[in-house]
Design a protein around this ligand. Structure first.
Ligand code: FES
Length: 237
């Protein structure tokens, strides 16, 4: 990369970061330290909007900069209509020994560059895309962070970010993200992020640029066990 291009990139990110911090700081000042100004309904609303826009902007900037470094995809929904039907999943790929997968807790593996979530239950296993259809965040959580994979419950995989639940074998949604039970049990990833997602999804921007409040049916993959080893059927190259 040329030095001029690198300088331009750093300048843009620096300005973006400073603008986000200014919005967050402005929102906090309007809400909590209004000085001599009278705190009326307009000030409170203005403060909340500035704070949410600032947090959204900061989150987007971190996503753009840190996402690729952490191997994360843009936090945009995946449409069920893009799922490949089982009849076209014909390329069997070895995923590892059954005994190396924890019983009842999903684990992510990379198969031919695809991120696949394997969930073993005893001598059986299921496989689905490792990225949640709500915002393409990893269903197995982030390694080394407090966001860990959640044990299978009633045959369903739970997304550790916003709580969407999917049937492990069919990929069908059984609970949408930001369910009230999830939000009250997870103030940071549920209670605080729900209004932020709602605000960003209501912004006047093209649909493909906006986060969604809903999850769709996940891509699942056929699985077979051969000599104690899990094999997953992927789409042909
Ligand atoms: S990314 Fe999974 S519920 Fe939001």
């Amino acid at each position: 990369m040329s030095p001029a291009l690198a300088f331009l990139g750093v300048s843009i990110l620096g300005t973006w970061g400073l603008a986000s911090i200014a919005l967050i700081a402005g929102g906090i000042i309007m809400l909590f330290f209004p000085g001599d100004a009278q705190v009326d309904g307009d000030n409170v609303l203005g403060g909340i909007v500035m704070l949410l826009v600032g947090l959204g902007s900061m989150g987007a900037m971190l996503q753009v900069t840190m996402g690729p470094l952490l191997g994360m995809d843009p936090p945009l929904p995946t449409a069920a209509k893009k799922n490949v039907p089982a009849s076209r999943l014909t390329r069997w790929v070895k995923a590892g020994l059954l005994r190396d997968f924890p019983d009842g807790t999903p684990k992510e593996v990379r198969l031919r560059s695809k991120r696949v979530l394997i969930t073993r239950v005893g001598d059986t296993a299921t496989a689905m895309s490792a990225l949640c259809s709500h915002a393409r965040l990893p269903l197995a959580g982030l390694p080394g962070s407090p966001v860990k994979p959640i044990a299978l419950r009633d045959g369903c995989v739970t997304c550790p970010f916003h709580g969407a639940m999917f049937e492990a074998d069919s990929g069908k949604v059984v609970r949408q993200p930001f369910d009230s039970a999830w939000n009250s049990a997870h103030p940071l990833l549920g209670g605080m992020q729900a209004p932020l997602f709602k605000l960003l999804s209501a912004l006047p921007a093209p649909k493909y640029l906006k986060p969604s409040m809903e999850a769709e049916t996940m891509q699942t993959y056929p699985v077979r066990i051969e000599n104690g080893e899990i094999e997953v059927a992927l789409p042909p190259k």
